[in-house]
Design a protein around this ligand. Structure first.
Ligand code: SAH
Length: 257
């Protein structure tokens, strides 16, 4: 990468961090859905060891912490998100059993068979669902659980516009049956899979962004990179409203075999 490209890239990354730091969640979801996914997991005690991979600022990690008793480590690539996460943890007096660390999901520092539960909402796409569930499996104790939310097609056929968008954004998007098949192949018993309601996208993800977009357009007025970024975010939301019958997020919960 040239020096100039590197600084453009850095500016973009800082922009993305600033944008998402302004909202509670960095992906579609809700605390009710986190609790619902948790209800399928029956091996947890106060000694459980849990990891939340791609935790962002920790919206769902705090819900996990309030509804389990074990030790929780949130991992995210961006120090800015982890700083917000850890300061929320202190405010909520959870620091004796919850912490955020900076790290990458393709190079996790957990020990083999250390974890009772691996959690990951709206993040595994960064290395791909199939690779993620395969690579992370060794960190789980026998009969440990994995719970991840993942972009999924709801129909066998889709309009070209949305097919093209996803092929570009994340070509591993697939049907539920194929994702479940991948879980079997990776060595898990799929114990549950359920679709996230539209409110997780609209009320908790896209609507909160509209305020941040207005602020950004004012603050970075005339800045081409910032304006393009906001355009892309708006386009993604428009596509969701137009094609939400064709795709969404599904929570997949598997037990290590
Ligand atoms: N789980 C959060 C955030 C989802 S957004 C929520 O549902 O609100 C995806 C997150 O993955 C972002 O916080 C991003 O910083 C993180 N991420 C991207 N690449 C990563 C990587 N290689 N390792 C760890 N985290 C990563």
């Amino acid at each position: 990468m040239s020096k100039e490209n590197k600084s453009i890239h850095e500016f973009e990354m800082n922009l993305i961090c600033e944008y998402y730091s302004g909202i509670e969640r960095q992906g579609p979801g809700s605390s009710d859905i986190t609790i619902k996914a948790l209800s399928f997991i029956d091996n947890l005690t106060k000694d459980s060891v849990i990891a939340d991979i791609g935790c962002g600022t920790g919206g769902q990690t705090i819900t996990l912490a309030k509804n389990t008793e074990g030790l929780i480590t949130g991992v995210d690539l961006f120090p800015e998100f982890i700083n917000i996460f850890n300061s929320n943890v202190v405010d909520l007096k959870l620091e004796n059993r919850v912490k955020g660390i900076v790290g990458s999901m393709d190079n996790l520092k957990f020990k083999d068979e250390e974890l009772d539960l691996i959690w990951s909402e709206g993040a595994i796409y960064n290395i791909g669902f199939e690779r993620g569930i395969k690579e992370w499996r060794r960190f789980l104790k026998p009969e440990g659980f994995i719970a991840v939310s993942e972009a999924t097609w709801f129909t066998q056929e889709r309009p070209q516009e949305i097919e093209n968008f996803w092929n570009d954004a994340y070509s591993e998007i697939d049907t539920m049956s194929n994702k479940i098949e991948q879980m079997y192949r990776a060595g898990y018993l799929p114990v549950a899979a359920f679709v996230l309601p539209e409110s997780c996208w609209i009320d908790n993800y896209y609507t909160p962004q509209t305020e941040v977009q207005k602020l950004f357009l004012k603050k970075y007025s005339g800045d081409k990179i910032a304006e393009q970024f906001i355009e892309n975010q708006k386009y993604e939301a428009e596509l969701y409203y137009k094609y939400k019958d064709y795709y969404g997020y599904v929570f997949y919960i598997g037990k290590k075999l």
